[in-house]
Design a protein around this ligand. Structure first.
Ligand code: ADP
Length: 498
């Protein structure tokens, strides 16, 4: 556990935590702000509903014995002084205004006169709405002492001495506001602190769990990657499909497989290369040593050698030069095929015609060994779709081997047979055959059976054939019995002449 925990970079965990804390703070602040807003609204609505009748009450109580206006039409200030007295005793948070029927403020009773310029009038629309709904609905009206704000109020119409207007009472007056904001500040501090602590506690718990779950699979993958990096090439993410990040798990497993595959390939290519160099140097050294020996003999014993001996030595020299050049050509050809530098140019051609040409070419060699070389072709003309020069090369190697490994008076047959969409090509000889246990390896480079025999070649002929088959997406099969003979069989796609 402690080991896997270390496998996640602290940066990622730090970022996750940072994001989480930001989220918690944002949530906490929003929670406090929303609660505050609704608590304030609730408080205002309650206050307005509770005090909806205050204005009516003022009219009923104060205006029943005395008019709010004096005989000269001015406001009855002593009456309102009396009202102020009551307010000081009962509710310091309210402010009372006497309005005419246009909303103009005729007189105001406020306890705190610190405002520089109170408004001269208020809008009548909220007052009408309030009176119509009899204080049942939450309505905000103009605050003459703070025109930027709307306040809860109570209002009631009066009609005295032929004068109409309204008693307009701001319920959350300046004093109310001061007390309220002090209390609200404290309330918010407590609410904020409580909410913050609770949110922090729960979100830390949820956060720890969430981050643990979120990073569980990531930790497993990082652990595996690290093991792989430290040299454990077998390290793979277990059950990648179960992971939340299965794409990553699968990609890592696939990447690890391909890295290991490539490493194996490189190792085998490397060992093959070393084998090739060792074999090539050996193969080149032998004919070169023979050549050197005979040339030295010819030079040193120039005067003592008979004409016959000289001819024999020259013939041996010539044969070895042939062998060397053949070997070099085969090596060159093979390395080009192996390096995948040869791209087959596939085209339709007559395999029958090609077989006739090859039989004619090898006839002399076969006759030389008294071997019957024949073409068994019941079809008039077999067409295939393949690279003509590569197929010719493969057939050459196979016929050459068949003649090479067949004793005099034997037979080598090249037969062509249409098999569905393919043409089957079969080179059969009555030669030495190949032991069953050797058969799987004869297509490998330098694999030679009967090494001791004089017929030894380069060991590259069949390896080249195999590469040519691979380029044609086909395979070659060998059927062979020692002392009875061998058959090499392969298919090429037939070309249908329309
Ligand atoms: P080489 O140059 O030695 O012939 P090849 O790659 O052509 O190399 O063949 C590999 C080995 O397979 C040969 O050494 C030989 O032992 C065996 N082989 C190939 N063709 C035949 C055949 N037609 N009959 C018997 N043995 C064969």
């Amino acid at each position: 556990m402690s080991n896997t925990a270390k496998t996640l970079t602290p940066e990622l965990v730090k970022k996750l935590w940072l994001a989480f804390i930001l989220l918690v703070l944002l949530m906490g602040t929003s929670y406090v702000a929303i609660t505050g807003y609704f608590a304030n609204k609730h408080n205002q609505e309650t206050t307005q509903r509770l005090n909806a009748d205050v204005a009516n009450h003022v009219i009923a109580e104060k205006f029943k014995d005395a008019s709010p206006f004096l005989a000269d039409g001015s406001v009855n200030k002593p009456l309102f002084g009396d009202l102020m007295h009551d307010m000081m005793a009962v509710n310091q948070g309210i402010e009372v205004y006497l309005l005419d029927d246009t909303g103009e403020i005729l007189y105001s009773v406020v306890l705190d006169h610190s405002d520089s310029a109170p408004a001269k009038r208020v809008s009548l629309a909220p007052i009408h709405a309030f009176i119509t709904d009899r204080g049942e609905k939450f309505v905000l009206g103009d605050d003459p002492r703070n025109t930027a704000e709307q306040k809860i109020f109570s209002a009631a119409p009066y009609s005295v001495d032929g004068r109409n207007g309204f008693v307009y009472i701001i319920l959350a007056g300046k004093k109310f506001q001061q007390v309220s904001s002090t209390l609200m500040g404290q309330y918010f501090a407590k609410l904020g602190l409580g909410a913050f602590l609770l949110t922090m506690l729960f979100s830390t718990l949820i956060g720890v769990l969430a981050i643990w779950f979120l990073t569980k699979n990531l930790r497993a993958i990082t652990g595996t990657v690290r093991r792989f990096q430290e040299g454990d090439l077998t390290a793979r993410v277990e059950n990648p499909e179960d992971s939340d990040i299965s794409i990553l798990a699968n990609s890592f497993n696939a990447m690890a497989d391909s890295i290991v595959g490539n490493m194996d390939k490189m190792q085998s290519v490397d060992s093959l290369r070393r084998e090739l160099i060792a074999n090539v140097s050996h193969d080149l050294r032998t004919p070169l040593a023979i050549l050197k020996g005979y040339i030295e003999t010819l030079q040193m014993k120039r005067d003592t050698l008979s004409e016959n001996e000289r001819q024999k030595y020259l013939q041996i020299t010539h044969d070895n030069v042939d062998k060397l050049s053949k070997l070099i050509n085969q090596l060159f050809e093979y390395s080009k095929l192996e390096a995948e530098q040869v791209a087959p140019v596939k085209e339709p051609f007559s395999i029958t015609e090609l077989s006739h040409d090859l039989i004619a070419k090898f006839r002399v060699l076969a006759e030389h060994k008294n071997i019957a070389l024949q073409l068994d072709n019941p079809e008039a003309n077999c067409m295939v779709h393949a690279d003509v020069s590569l197929v010719e090369r493969a057939l050459q190697n196979l016929i050459e081997n068949a003649i090479k490994y067949t004793e005099p008076n034997g037979k080598v047959t090249l037969s062509l047979k249409k098999e569905g969409a393919n043409v089957e090509i079969n080179i059969t000889d009555t030669g030495t055959g190949i032991p069953v246990n050797e058969q799987p390896f004869i297509f490998d480079r330098y694999k030679q059976v009967n090494i001791s025999t004089e017929k030894q070649g380069s060991g590259l002929g069949l390896a080249i054939v195999k590469k040519i088959m691979e380029l044609h997406d086909t395979t070659i099969t060998v059927l062979s019995k020692p002392k009875e003979g061998s058959s090499f069989i392969f298919n090429l796609p037939a070309y249908q002449v329309s």
